[in-house]
Ligand binder design. Structure first.
Ligand code: ADP
Length: 139
């Protein structure tokens, strides 16, 4: 199987709690390579655009507020089967339901503050990598 790329975001509360190095370490230990990485702060406009599929859901406004509350770390991760394997490493959306050893179990505070984002399929991985990184940055 060939290499696959997926997008991850370390969410503001985890960046603020200085969990970035520990989470990046888990990516490497699970066999991912990081091909692009940066720290930025999302505006409400871009957070809303990123989470367009959740527009209108009752948690959407609070999600945008949380995602814009401080800097985030975004990265493109690469390995065979990257999309599925990252979702496994990240764990259930709700940290209370996440398996032991997953990133959300270890670093999540709540279903909203669940430490990281991971693309949920091939189409979204492509869209999300292009959302955050220019063509040059994705080379
Ligand atoms: P995932 O991030 O696991 O793919 P979703 O795409 O369903 O989950 O949701 C996107 C993000 O919205 C979640 O990571 C979480 O931060 C937030 N979220 C999802 N469901 C809820 C909820 N019921 N209450 C509050 N926030 C939620």
């Amino acid at each position: 199987m060939s290499e696959e790329r997926t997008l991850t975001i370390i969410k503001p509360h985890a960046v603020k709690a200085k969990k970035t190095p520990a989470i990046i370490q888990m990516f490497y230990e699970s066999g991912f390579n990081i091909t692009a990485l940066k720290m930025i702060r999302l505006s409400p406009y871009y957070a809303g655009k990123f989470y367009l599929e959740h527009k209108g859901k009752e948690f959407c406004e609070a999600l945008v507020e949380m995602m814009t509350s401080g800097p985030i770390v975004v990265a493109i991760l690469e390995k065979e089967n990257a999309i599925t394997d990252l979702r496994k490493l990240v764990g259930n959306t709700d940290p209370l339901k996440a398996d032991p050893g997953t990133i959300r179990k270890l670093f999540g505070n709540s279903i909203r503050e669940n430490a990281v984002h991971a693309s949920d399929g091939v189409d979204n991985a492509i869209r999300e990598c292009a959302f955050f990184f220019s063509e040059m940055e994705r080379y």
